[in-house]
Design a protein. Sequence first.
Length: 193
Amino acid sequence: MTKKIILAIAAFVMASSFSGCTMMKMGTAYMGFPTEAQDAYAEMMDKLAETGDPAQAFMKEWKVADDVTEEDVFEAMKEYAGEYNMRYVGEKNMFRIKDPKPDQVAHARIGEFCSLTIAKKMLDHSRYYGGFMPCRVIFVEYGNGDRYLISMDMTLALYGGTDKKPISADLFEDMLAVKKAMEDIPRMAASGE
């Protein structure tokens, strides 16, 4: 029995040591990031701690006003895209469920946006930005009638890196413009502005 207790304590100490080393390594790396990156990651971790949902930590959402129809939302997003030098490049109806439960997603539809010149610059900087393209806004409607627009929060795409591969000043300004567009377009469409 004593042997089992000693083994359990040894296993616990080893696990604690390894996890502590990992946390220390992460903390050291984090402290080497620029202030904006630290702030961006801290905000993401706060959201993750609050919700427990990693997907939510990477997204922004806007509740669609009761007097705004789904078609109003998509027409407005198409109109606003041009005002932000973005193109509305497509949409997809994902699904519609008959007789959904109140807390079940009953319907989902995606709108896609792109600025081809900025997209090219982003890909030249890092081909991995292609995984974010085109920018998407998803319309989600629940069985209880609640409706939301959701889009990726681009903060970490802008501020989440280090000085090992800096984003050039002109690309950074272009990416800020895309971030603004992908926040303003759904916000205004959801509110019926």
